[in-house]
Design a protein. Structure first.
Length: 570
């Protein structure tokens, strides 16, 4: 054990003294003149060393992605570097012409993007897309390119590389697509790997696999990794050093231990205070309120017809599910991608027809209603989707979108506007928001507006489908608190869909754990988190990043934010 500790200490010392892979010095990137803040990134300086994972942490708009794009030479034409240097392998990459930068990308430096489905070309098999890296940067023959591609697929632990070589992106899961992106990035053994939120949209078990893979690859290669994230659980899992950014500036940097366990800046303390805590043991209290949702024996099966090249397929997406939710309660539904969560919700709302079963919502059996009969009751159940920007029409003002539901259900326009202004106050948005467009709001603000739009028709049930998974921890905390406040104030029944059990613990009274279309465990939040019975539930809890990190107790978020506001002279 002592020999291992000595070896680890020697390795850390070598990393400290090794020449940095990347050195950013006094970097400033100016924003377009019509944007209020002058610079996206201002006077930024940090290093990435060989075999080191540097996590860059901050909320949306902090300048994390701008820094990575500047390093890769991928800044949009509206953003200009006004000062500073980005030194990579002895050269300032800001001085390179486009052809020189193209020669570096994919060869000496590589990037893993947040959403692999948009980064991969849907028209080509993934094997050909990995091969393209070798074709562009090396003079390998076709047989050699294929051999190296198959070896990469094995290295990132993808099953059946021969089959996956000819598969298209849409035929792979999110985790498999992300592994393809990692394989492409590692194809030529780059010295710098930039990972921009690569695990944000993945379920916890897939996220754990990707993080483990990156740590393994980092140990086998000499590359330095710049990992961009807003999740402190991920930071605790993989980081050697941490840089915390706010509004384009570094407010704190140091070793992972220093930043995670003894943060010095109020902003860092506020971010850590917003991280969802593990559930403490408590007694789950049964409610005596009337039942609002009663689901019995719900089933949904999908069939795909076979072709000359493909066998027919039957998927039991929802298998004989039954549950009840009472007024004022929040039911959490958790599970990995493909577990049946979204199909269950679509059946509840009758966006798709279940094969069998009863869906009783406030005395109305949604499963047996015709389309014409159902229209009268649609206002009883409303949904808030994961992507607020995709849920809002970018060409219409917020006000016109907020009143639309109420007007469609026969509410006079004057009354609809009165409801809109009341709800804007409830979701803590200014009244002038009605005159603006979705693009003029942050992600958290757009999600608040989507909640207001769902509530304007006075529903009995609100469904939140991964409604906070893409939000920063501080905004996530605010939205979760908002959902709880609205539930208590309006007496709503809430169904909360998530893959993050820590988030479920903040808002839910009961939890259903789903796997392959079945409920494998159900119980109160404390019971599920502190005494899980099913092995799958235990695996989900164990897969949460940063399990070994004991989140330090900080001042309340509001106190830390007040300190920030005072320092800024607000």
């Amino acid at each position: 054990m002592e020999a291992q500790m000595t070896q680890q200490a020697e390795g850390d010392a070598m990393t400290e003294t090794a020449k940095p892979v990347l050195s950013i010095r006094n970097l400033t990137v100016a924003l377009p003149v019509h944007i209020e803040r002058a610079n996206a990134v201002e006077n930024l300086s940090f290093d990435v060393r060989p075999k080191e994972i540097l996590c860059v942490v901050g909320e949306s708009g902090s300048g994390k992605s701008i820094t990575s794009l500047a390093t890769m030479g991928l800044l949009s034409s509206s953003l200009k570097v006004t000062s500073g240097e980005i030194e990579f392998e002895g050269r300032n990459v800001l001085d390179l012409d486009p052809n020189e930068h193209n020669a570096l990308r994919g060869d000496r430096m590589a990037m893993i993007f947040q959403e692999p489905m948009t980064a991969l070309n849907p028209a080509y098999p993934v094997g050909e897309q990995i091969e393209e890296v070798f074709r562009v940067h090396r003079a390998y023959g076709k047989a050699e390119r294929r051999k190296r591609t198959l070896k990469l697929l094995e290295e990132v632990h993808l099953p059946d590389p021969e089959r996956l070589f000819g598969s298209y992106p849409h035929q792979l899961s999110g985790g498999q697509r992300q592994r393809i992106m990692i394989a492409m990035a590692l194809a030529l053994d780059p010295k710098l790997l930039i990972a921009d939120e690569p695990t944000t949209a993945l379920d916890v078990t897939t996220q754990a696999q990707i993080l483990k893979l990156l740590k393994q690859l980092n140990a086998r290669h000499d590359a330095g990794i710049m990992f961009i994230t807003h999740d402190f659980g991920v930071v605790a899992e993989i980081a050697d050093r941490v840089v915390v950014m706010r509004q384009g500036e570094i407010v704190e940097q140091g070793t992972a231990d220093e930043v995670l366990n003894n943060p010095q800046h109020a902003y860092t303390r506020a971010l850590i205070d917003a991280v969802p805590r593990r559930m403490e043991e408590s007694e789950d209290v049964a409610s005596e309120n009337p039942v609002v949702i009663d689901v019995q024996g719900l089933k949904k099966t999908f069939h795909t017809a076979g072709t000359l090249f493909k066998k027919s397929r039957t998927v039991h997406a929802v298998k004989d599910i039954s549950f009840q939710v009472r007024r004022g309660e929040t039911l959490g539904i958790v599970g990995e991608s493909g577990s049946g969560k979204t199909t269950l919700v679509r059946c509840l709302m009758r966006l798709i027809d279940p094969d069998s079963g009863k869906i009783d919502i406030s005395g109305v059996d949604f499963a047996s209603q015709s389309s014409a009969e159902l229209r009268k009751h649609r206002q009883d159940i409303q949904i808030v989707f994961q992507d607020p920007y995709g849920s809002l029409n970018p060409r219409r003002t917020i006000g016109s979108q907020l009143i639309q539901g109420a007007v469609n259900f026969g509410v006079p326009r004057e009354e609809a506007w009165r409801r809109v202004y009341e709800l804007l106050e409830i979701v803590r948005m200014p009244k002038y928001s009605v005159h603006r467009y979705p693009s003029q709001f942050s992600g958290g603000q757009r999600q608040r507006l989507c909640i207001a739009r769902a509530l304007v028709v006075n529903p009995k049930v609100l469904i939140a489908d991964e409604a906070v998974s893409a939000l920063d921890v501080s905004i996530q905390r605010e939205v979760l608190k908002l959902i709880n406040d609205i539930r208590d104030r309006l007496g709503l029944t809430v169904i909360f869909i998530t893959h993050d059990l820590r988030v479920a613990a903040q808002v839910c009274d009961e939890v259903l754990v789903m796997k392959h279309g079945e409920v494998v465990e159900r119980g109160g939040v404390s019971q599920i988190f502190n005494a899980p019975q099913n092995d799958y539930t235990k695996a989900l809890i164990a897969a949460q990043p940063g399990q070994a990190w004991e989140i330090p107790e900080m001042a309340e978020f509001s106190a830390a934010q007040a300190e920030l506001d005072e320092a800024a002279g607000q």
